[in-house]
Design a protein around this ligand. Sequence first.
Ligand SMILES: [Zn+2]
Length: 215
Amino acid sequence: MNIIIFGPPGVGKGTQAKIIADKLKISHISTGDILRDAVAKQTELGMKAKAIMDSGGLVPDDIVAGIIQDVLKSDACKFGFILDGFPRTKPQAVILQQILDKLNIADLKIIELKIDREVVVHRLLNRRGCINCGSIVNLLTLEDKNTCPVCGAKDSFFKREDDNEKVIRNRIEVYAKNTLPVLDFYKGNVEIISVNADQDIPSVTRDIFSALGID
Ligand SMILES: [Zn+2]
């Protein structure tokens, strides 16, 4: 099964993508991770991307798409994939479609995680990093709000710079303006599964699996 997962920042895309990938034994392709990976492995495109990032630039769509293509062609994706973080714009969707056509990949499904804007702002404002182990946690879901649930450190939480309200609202606005219209690109051609993401993690997973016909 091949899936693209969409949703605003803070909705839990990465978390759900990982659970789905584990369950279906397909590859979780997180754009940030594969970019870092290509740089670390010093692939041709990875070196190009690094040079651009080092000079403070944004990696252009064709390089990101090339790195995605390399991953889609690899053995890791022979049972399918779930793509998380790409495409974020219509031009990226067009490039991705060219790659999928070239690789003869059909059988695509879209999962859209839907949530009210204010709910996601509230969630992101309660997000903290653990200075001891690097985990990202959410105070809203922690019973003991002073202890890291991953490493057990006390009072180790800090607020990340990009988790302030202005930045959060701007990122959500960018999603609404640039990324949501990407769904129109797929409408009519690809099955789009919309799931209410204003629930706890297991409930969102349950709704996704049920829509995919998996128990
Ligand atoms: Zn920790």
